[in-house]
Write a protein that binds this ligand. Structure first.
Ligand code: ZN
Length: 264
């Protein structure tokens, strides 16, 4: 009996103890799993624990190139990235960056979206027995700033006061934010046999070919002769701008400049 009395509560106690132990284990586990991340100070670990939110995030702020024309404050016309207007009165936003650049030979670069067209045009021009060479292309904001500042210094050295020097400089070098080269869609192409950036560049075999064929590839001669009053830039028979084939044909066939085409 004594043993029976002592024995009978034992299984109960054991069960109770087991229950408490198990409950303790469960709370211990959950406690551990919630506290574990907070206790990690290693940023790598914290990073590794965030894959779920990171993976679900992309659909919202997709880093795919947002058409520049979607930025209303920047002087864009809303017709698409290839028709963005940049000139003396339409400045790029201060922190404008090209979504993606393709590097070319000689340290040149162009917006990746215009690269296939440029490559095809250069290839076909060479296939025609000519020797085009790109001498200027994409410029960073800082790069344009440097060029402009250099020009301002030239005019200051000639005795002009700051304001006048800047005005004079702007006639030769676009102010930062107003150069098409910052867009990444413009290239200066010259003939290997004659590389001076002056009016007579128009007589080179390369320019004759480019002026006749650039529209087929979506490029225009951006600053044609006789349009300086509209473009704000003097005649440049070497500066080509990508606008897409449809616009390029209309502009080149119609003898227009981009400003005229966009104002229609
Ligand atoms: Zn140019």
């Amino acid at each position: 009996m004594k043993t029976a009395r002592r024995l009978s509560p034992l299984p109960l106690l054991l069960i109770l103890a087991l229950l408490i132990f198990t409950a303790g284990l469960i709370t211990g586990w959950t406690g551990a799993s919630t506290h574990h991340p907070d206790e990690q100070t290693d940023p790598k670990t914290l990073h590794a624990q965030n894959p779920a939110p990171a993976q679900s995030a992309p659909p919202l702020p997709t880093p795919t190139p947002v058409p520049a024309s979607d930025k209303p404050s920047a002087g864009y016309d809303g017709s698409g990235w290839n028709l963005v207007l940049v000139n003396w009165e339409h400045s790029l936003p201060e922190h404008f960056t090209v979504p993606e650049l393709t590097q070319l030979r000689g340290g040149q670069a162009i917006d990746s979206r215009a690269y296939p067209a440029l490559q095809a045009m250069m290839d076909d021009c060479r296939a025609a027995g000519l020797q085009p060479v790109i001498c200027s292309s994409f410029r960073t904001w800082e790069g344009q700033e440097g060029l402009f500042e250099e020009e301002v210094q030239n005019w200051l050295a000639r005795g002009y006061i700051q304001e006048e020097a800047e005005a004079q400089a702007a006639a030769w070098v676009a102010r930062p934010g107003t150069s098409e080269h910052q867009l990444g869609l413009a290239v200066d192409i010259v003939d290997t046999g004659y590389q001076l950036l002056e009016k007579s560049q128009e007589d080179t075999p390369v320019q004759r070919w480019l002026m006749a064929h650039c529209a087929e590839y979506g490029f225009i001669l951006r600053y044609p002769t006789g349009k300086s009053g509209l473009t704000g830039v003097s005649y440049e028979p070497w500066h080509y701008r990508y606008v897409g084939v449809e616009a390029a044909r209309a502009i080149m066939d119609g003898g227009l400049c981009l400003e005229e085409y966009l104002s229609d």
